[in-house]
Design a protein around this ligand. Structure first.
Ligand code: B3K
Ligand code: ZN
Length: 877
């Protein structure tokens, strides 16, 4: 490589030298090329201390510059400097109008950043730095401008023309068959929130009155064929708007709110002001085509993007190091919304599972970074679990420390004080400090220090004095660039269980209290305790740490059946299962027959028999820890032993409890027409889990039960569960037949076909890689479509460990080839695909060598995007 990409640093931040008060854009859309005219009202930033009068605009190398003028005077080639990513003009007046005409080629844009075509419809993705692929601009979030956008296109092919704000004018040129619409967005915004859509779209709409009585029109656009799959997203949007009014006092501010579903999209969705653009997978939903999990994802993502209207748009980020300011806060907001709409404990279990499986792994890998990173090469690489999910945990901890009332006061102050501004995570924390009178100086380390802290706990009890003491100690492993860590401020929510399993009443008069650990070790004393209690630590997972408090299996069973905290009851079951599976792995590796401890069977039986429990929670408790989580916990990942032990445990539990699983399976049969409501979702989740245990027995009888469910299902949740159970079973003929049938039924439903790809990519039996390669040639696959790449390639590499980590290195070789190819097409996708290879240090020496050599192969493969270069070079460092 000629020149290696350079990192940029938070410490180098400087206010912009110029501001853009008004932005006027005119798009003349054409497939071969599109012309973008911009008129920018600019002036020198009074706060800038820059000494020169030079103007540096951002602009991607793909921009074709046709005309550039200042105050009406056209600039010649000698009047400006064009570099790879910038355009510089040495001298500009204090205040001026900059006019610019660029030509761009949406059809050739496979990176899906800037303006591109998705299945014949124009759409944009500008966060983080996509606007510079549309025109020359100050493409940074602290430059906020009022936008007026005219979109002009062929009237027949692109009848719908959308942009941010409210539509203010429209017209047509019938001779040319073209028409145009002008949109005005009165709220100043950074360029990353700009959006444009043009296409032949259908929509549904619903009027909404805000709490203060303003009338708003809500519209959701999609291709005509998907019009029947938009109601759930609309219901979710209305619920989210009400919730934000009630819980945060936040109302919507424009006259119209639009969501557009597109099939080609790098991420889930994007919160552009008044015009959200969504991956179809996060909007479309119907019982026949969508699983319960996907229904809930639609609800969560619609809410997330809506909540950004305040936490992200009205108050935005000063620079991209502050990304978690909007993302961490908004994930926290959407998690609380989903908890209120569905089961709070189930939502918490799901979020913590993701955090502990994937974010903890990120924290332990070569790309580990703080919630507020100090540097990056390519910002797209920092839309991570750390910034999003750990960032949300940090906000949750503030909520725990302050309590709900003060937290709400803090968010009110934050929104009020910073409305219309681009600010930092410090500004957020400061608002929380001011309303509570608390000093969060030490707490701020959560934003600056990477790595997952360890929390070691021990205790002692003195029966004579009735004194119980808890000793808490914290430490945090080194991460790249951060050898030493200072102690964190850790809220540890705690309860004490008496010998009868009931909560003791603590000094605060409650059954739980929050211990605040701020030193590297501290002792907390409880007086007047009649008998040795069992502590329930980190209730609700009150801090994103690794808890080390060894408990024997008997005590875990005790917590599993008595803890009043639903999350910890579930967690005790997980710990028990992890311990038992660890024992099985040891037996497996010693060449001994595996034997499952009856403690696990008995505990599962008790949970399964208790019909007073929420079936959704029962399903969570009875779900064995995933291979991915077991891998995260291991120092050196033994792929085959983890798989063998987990499979053995599943089958042994099924053998021991078959009758019970079958009884509950039958008792949970659907009684009503399908609805994705919490009660039904809960029943289906437990019923399908019971079926998965039964099918693990691989008897013709239970396979027939799965087949019968597949055949008679009236909804995708039940049909797809049965499909994957049969497809992954040893019954090869039945598997092939059901996969064929499924494809034939749903060949015209893109998102369902993607599920079909995933089921095959996730098949743990031998031969999966060959099947994946074959499927890449299938009519249903398209390398340009990120959803398809994720469904097939990412699922294989991330969720099919035994095949991806095959000892011969074939999985690694396959992935490296895909990344080298994808690097040219779509750098963001390519970089995301790299994740499993970055974890090479966690494997045995032979696999380490194979993985490293594939990383080197990628590094040497030619011109790498910044995205891929950053991840590969940091992984090898
Ligand atoms: N803010 C967008 C993320 C866009 C990322 C682009 N690389 C989605 C979201 O978090 O709401
Ligand atoms: Zn977001």
């Amino acid at each position: 490589m000629a020149e290696q990409p350079q990192a940029i640093y938070l410490k180098d931040y400087q206010v912009p030298a110029y501001l853009i008060d008004e932005t006027e854009l005119h798009f003349s859309l054409g497939e071969d090329h599109t012309e973008v005219r911009s008129v920018l009202k600019m002036r020198r930033n009074p706060e800038s201390t820059a000494s020169s009068a030079a103007l540096e605009l951002h602009g991607h190398e793909s921009l074709e510059l046709c005309r550039l003028a200042i105050d009406g005077r056209e600039l010649g080639a000698g009047d400006y400097r064009r570099e790879d990513e910038t355009l510089g003009i040495d001298q500009v007046p204090e205040a001026f109008t900059l006019e610019c005409l660029t030509r761009i080629r949406p059809r050739d844009n496979t990176a899906l950043e800037g303006l591109y075509l998705s299945d014949g419809m124009y759409c944009t993705q500008c966060e983080a730095e996509g606007f510079r692929r549309i025109t020359f601009y100050l493409d940074r979030p602290d430059v906020m401008s009022v936008f007026t956008t005219t979109v002009e296109a062929d009237a027949a092919r692109y009848p719908v023309l959308l942009s941010n704000g409210n539509p203010v004018a429209r017209g047509s040129d019938e001779d040319k068959g073209r028409h145009w619409v002008t949109w005005q967005d009165p709220f100043p915004k950074p360029a990353y929130l700009f959006a444009l859509v043009a296409g032949d779209l259908a929509h549904i709409e619903r009027p909404y009155s805000t709490a203060s009585g303003r009338e708003v029109m809500l519209r959701i656009y999609a291709e005509r064929k998907d019009l029947d799959k938009l109601d759930h997203a609309m219901d979710s949007l209305v619920k989210a708007m009400r919730w934000d009014e009630e819980v945060y006092g936040r109302e919507y501010d424009l006259d119209i709110y639009m969501i557009v579903a597109v099939d080609f999209f790098n991420m889930g969705a994007m919160e552009n002001k008044g015009l959200n653009i969504f991956n179809t997978s996060c909007v479309l939903a119907s019982p026949e085509t969508t699983t319960d999990g996907a229904f809930q994802r639609v609800e969560g993502v619609v809410a997330h993007e809506y909540f950004h209207n305040w936490s992200g748009n009205r108050v935005t980020c000063r620079d991209w190091f502050q990304l978690s300011l909007k993302e961490g806060f908004t994930v926290f907001r959407d998690a609380e919304f989903s908890a209120d709409m569905n089961s709070r404990t189930v939502k918490r279990v799901e979020d913590v599972t993701l955090l502990r499986t994937a974010q903890f792994a990120e924290d332990a890998g070569p790309m580990a970074h703080p919630v507020r990173p100090a540097s990056f090469i390519e910002i797209s690489n920092f839309y991570t679990l750390t910034v999003y999910e750990k960032g949300a945990e940090v906000v949750r901890m503030i909520h725990t420390l302050l309590g709900p009332e003060l937290f709400r006061k803090g968010s009110d102050l934050y929104f009020e004080r910073h409305d219309g501004q681009a600010v930092t995570t410090d500004d957020f924390v400061r608002a929380m400090e001011e309303v509570s009178g608390r000093d969060l100086t030490q707490f701020r380390r959560w934003y600056d220090q990477a790595g997952t802290p360890r929390l070691e706990v021990s205790d002692d009890y003195d029966a004579d004095s009735g004194r119980y003491r808890l000793h808490l100690a914290q430490s945090c492993p080194a991460t790249p660039g951060q050898e030493q860590k200072l102690p964190f401020h850790i809220p540890v929510t705690l309860g004490l269980l008496g010998p009868d399993g009931r909560d003791l009443i603590l000094d605060n008069g409650d059954t739980s209290c929050v211990l605040e650990l701020t030193d590297s070790s501290q002792t907390f004393t409880f007086e007047g305790i009649a008998a040795r209690p069992v502590p329930s630590l980190l209730r609700g997972f009150s801090a994103p740490v690794k808890l080390q408090y060894p408990l024997d299996r008997q005590t875990l069973v005790f917590l599993m059946s008595h803890d009043s905290d639903g999350f910890n009851r579930w967690d005790a079951g997980q710990r028990l299962a992890i311990d038992v599976i660890g024992e099985l792995m040891a037996q497996h590796n010693a060449g001994e027959p595996m034997r499952l401890d009856a403690a696990l069977t008995d505990a599962f039986a008790a949970v399964l028999d208790d019909e007073s429990l929420d079936p959704a929670m029962v399903a969570k408790v009875l779900t064995l820890p995933s291979e991915a989580y077991l891998s995260e916990l291991a120092d050196c990942i033994d792929v085959d032993a983890i798989h063998a032990a987990r499979q053995f445990a599943k089958k042994a539990l099924a053998q021991a409890l078959a009758e019970r699983f079958e009884r509950r399976y039958r008792a949970l049969a659907p009684q009503q027409a399908y609805a994705p409501d919490a009660a039904q979702v809960a029943r289906r989740s437990l019923r399908n889990l019971c079926l998965s245990y039964l099918v693990a027995l691989e008897t013709p009888e239970y396979l027939a039960l799965a087949q019968a469910q597949y055949d008679s299902a009236d909804n995708m949740t039940d049909r797809q569960s049965a499909l994957s159970l049969i497809a992954h079973s040893g019954a090869t003929d039945a598997a092939a037949a059901v996969l064929d049938d499924f494809y034939r039924r749903y060949a015209d439903q893109t998102l369902v076909v993607n599920q079909w790809l995933s089921v095959q990519a996730g098949d743990p039996r031998p031969g999966a890689l060959d099947r994946v390669k074959e499927l890449m040639q299938h009519e249903a696959f398209d390398l340009r479509n990120p959803n398809k790449v994720r469904s097939l390639i990412s699922v294989f590499c991330n969720l099919n460990a035994v095949n991806f980590h095959a000892a011969d290195g074939s999985g690694y070789d396959f992935l490296a080839e895909r990344i080298i190819d994808m690097n040219r097409r779509n750098p963001q996708m390519a970089s995301r695909l790299l994740t499993p290879l970055t974890r090479w240090r966690k494997y045995d020496a032979a696999r380490q060598a194979l993985m490293q050599s594939q990383l080197r192969r990628i590094l040497d493969s030619g011109e790498l995007s910044k995205d891929v270069y950053e991840v590969v070079s940091k992984s090898l460092a």
